[in-house]
Design a protein around this ligand. Structure first.
Ligand code: ZN
Ligand code: ZN
Ligand code: FE
Length: 356
């Protein structure tokens, strides 16, 4: 509470680690979450001799009984439902709003090591079910406009805890990347009367060269317009907007697809590959998004076995991407990695797409 007085006194904001708000960037027209307290979150506690907070028996999980998948509040939330009202930035160019929302952690397994591909198919399906339930639960909160569900893996990506987990940010705004996609889908639907992604899927099937794996309900591919090395997308074949639209059988097949992508990534260079997995679903502000088609995107940090790809001047500074290599060639490498991965997976529901 002292922090507001601090601000009202006109003191320097930069020294106040309790600043917690969203600030509007008028140049890029997007919200930035400012969370002073997150600067102090611990980095890899188990490397410093502390126990893992997500392992069974840790104080965080002690009273939960037997569990396969659990949802915990993020201990260093970027957003909270009781976020303070900023005392500045109510009007004018420097605008601030409450950092209202929810940040959760989905601990995917009691076991400390591993990846989605190390879970059984049934277990991975439970993770999808939890994503589905949380999307509905958090999305129904009044101030929540978007439920961002994602998974970071590996030191290189900045993951501070190794225990297999995903994250959920229930946001008070629609994130810019989703706004951009929504606009494209809406315009395409208006002009052609069809879904943009359904048409892309049809084209990819016709050209075939970038397809990697498919099961009954999902397709894994490296998109024609990939902007990042070994970028992989997972598309539901049916036109659906969010996880709750999927049937139980479809969620089972999504679990299969996500296991296959992660196993394929590990097979690519024959070692544990870090990655980001992001689920793109419709916003939860109650408006009509029937033109949208949900999907999952994967990004990993290497452009070659030992070479990291950086988002540097041209990428970060101009949002202009150069693809080091040819997407169709990279898709072939991934298809070969997928064959190797399937040999090791004890259970899977589809097959590598055979290219003529
Ligand atoms: Zn652990
Ligand atoms: Zn569609
Ligand atoms: Fe997307």
């Amino acid at each position: 509470m002292g922090s507001y007085l601090y601000l009202q006194c006109g003191d320097s904001m930069s020294t106040n680690t309790k600043v917690h708000e969203v600030r509007w960037n008028p140049l890029l027209r997007q919200w930035i979450i400012v969370a002073g307290h997150r600067g102090h979150r611990p980095w890899r506690p188990e490397e410093k001799g502390f126990s893992c907070p997500f392992c069974p028996g840790a104080p965080e999980t002690r009273n939960l009984g037997e569990w396969d998948v659990i949802v915990l509040p993020n201990k260093f939330p970027a957003l909270t439902m009781n976020a303070p009202q900023p005392t500045h930035g109510v009007a004018g160019l420097f605008r601030a709003r409450r950092a209202i929302g929810v940040c959760e952690v989905v601990v995917e397994t009691p076991s400390h090591e591993g990846d989605l591909c190390d879970l059984t198919l049934d277990h991975a399906k439970k993770v999808i079910d939890v994503f589905t339930e949380e999307y509905l639960k958090l999305g129904s909160l009044k101030p929540v406009k978007y439920v961002a569900e994602f998974r970071n893996k590996g030191k290189e990506i900045g993951v501070s805890l190794t225990h297999p987990h995903s994250q959920i940010y229930a946001l008070p705004f629609i994130p810019p990347r989703i706004r951009c996609e929504l606009k494209s889908f809406r315009n395409y639907m208006r002009r052609r009367g069809r879904c943009l992604l359904c048409d892309i899927i049809n084209l990819e099937y016709r050209e075939k060269v970038r397809l990697i794996y498919e099961n009954k309900h999902f397709i894994i591919l490296l998109p024609y317009f990939a902007m990042w090395p070994y970028e992989v997308h997972v598309y539901p074949k049916r036109h659906v907007q969010a996880l709750p639209d999927l049937s139980d059988e479809e969620r089972f097949h999504l679990a299969d697809a996500l296991r296959v992508v992660t196993a394929m990534y590990n097979a690519l260079f024959d070692r544990d590959l870090p990655y980001m997995m992001v689920i793109h679903q419709k916003p939860t502000d109650g408006k009509d998004y029937s033109y949208y088609h949900m999907h999952v995107e994967f990004y990993q940090p290497y452009r070659d076995r030992d070479k990291l790809k950086y988002a540097a001047g041209i990428e970060w500074g101009y949002w202009t991407f150069t693809y080091d290599g040819v997407p169709e060639q990279k898709a072939r490498e991934l298809r070969e990695a997928c064959y190797r991965a399937l040999k090791k997976l004890n259970q899977y529901l589809g097959q590598v797409v055979a290219i003529g």
